[in-house]
Design a binder for this molecule. Sequence first.
Ligand SMILES: *Cc1c(COP(=O)(O)O)cnc(C)c1O
Length: 353
Amino acid sequence: MDQAIVDLRSDTVTKPTPAMRRAMAEAEVGDDVYREDPTVNRLQERAAETFGREAGLYVASGTMGNQAAIKVHTRPGQEVICEQRAHIFNFEMAMTAAFSGCLARPVWAEDGILTWERIAPEVRGRSDHRARTGLIALENTSNLAGGSVYPMAIADEICERAHAAGLPVHLDGARIFNASVQLGLSVAELTKKFDSVMFCLSKGLGAPVGSMLVGSKEFIEEARLVRKMLGGGMRQAGILAAAGLIALEEGPRHLPVDHENARFLANGLAEIPGITINPAKVVTNIVFLDVTKTGLTSFEISKRLLAQGILANGVTAETMRMVTHRDVDRTGCERALRVLHEILKAARGVAAA
Ligand SMILES: *Cc1c(COP(=O)(O)O)cnc(C)c1O
C-alpha cells in the first residue's frame, strides 16, 4: 500500500529535482552584490527575456519581490489599491504599511478579479483631505479566490486606464505561469502592460527558493537598492539560481498536469456528501472547498487527514484549500479523496449514533 504523504497544502512544498540538485552542486558562482554571480546574472537575463522586459532581479521570496516593487512605485502616505483577498494585503506582514508607509485600499471583486469599473471609484487624486492613490496591484492567478485567472482584456484595460490616470500597475504574478497555461497565452503577452511583475520560481515551477522581479532597467535598478534594504543581497546566490534556471525553463511544462489533477480533485470532492464545491471554478491548480455541511470544522478535518498521511490546510473554519503540484500525482489525489470520504462517513456515523 502506498503510504507516502500526500501534501496538498501548497505548491511551495515541492522538493528540488535531481537535475536541480546537480545544477546547484555544479553552479558557477560569484558575489552577487558585486553583480559577479554568473548564474544569477543568467537567471535574471532569462527571466527578462521570457517576459520581454529589459531587466530582471532575483529575490529571496515573492513577498520580498512584491514589497520591493511597492516601495519603488509609491511614496509614504499613499494608497495601494488591491483586491480584498490579495496576498500583498493579507499575507505579507502589513509591509505595505510597515515598510512603504502606504495604506492598502482593498476592493472586493467576484472571483478576486478586479475591473476598472470597480477600481475607478477608489482612485484618489490630489486632495486636501484624502490620501492619494500611488499604485494598483493585481494578482494573477488569485490565490485566495481559488486560483482564478484574469481575462487578458480586463487586466489590459486596468493597466491602460491606470496609466492614463498617471498610476503604475504592479502584478503579483506568483502563479502567472499557471494563468499562461490556462489561457494558452505567453507570460510576455499576458503581462506586457504592467509596470512591474513578480513571479515565483518556488511555487508550481518547482525551485527550492526564490522569486523574480522583471521590468524596465530603471525600475530594476531601484528595486535592487530596496532588495539590499530588505537584507536580500545574497552573495553566492548562484547555488540557488541554478535551480531557478531549471524551474524557469522546464517548470511550466508540468503545470497542465497540475491543472488536470486539480480538476480531478474538484470533481471527486463534488461527489463527497457534505462537501460544497463548484468544480467549474477550478481552472488552475488551487481547489477551495466548503465543509460547513460536514458538521466538522476544516481544522478538525485537517487533523484527521493528517493522521492518515494527507496534508491539507483549513483557511477558515468553513473552507479548506488543496493545491496540486509536481510532487503529487493522480494516485495521491485518489487517495486524498478516498481518505476524506471515509473520514466524513465515520463522522456522520458518530453523529447519527
Ligand atoms: C506565495 C505567494 C506570494 C509570495 O510568497 P512567498 O512565500 O513570500 O514567496 C505572493 N503572492 C501570492 C499570490 C502568492 O501565492
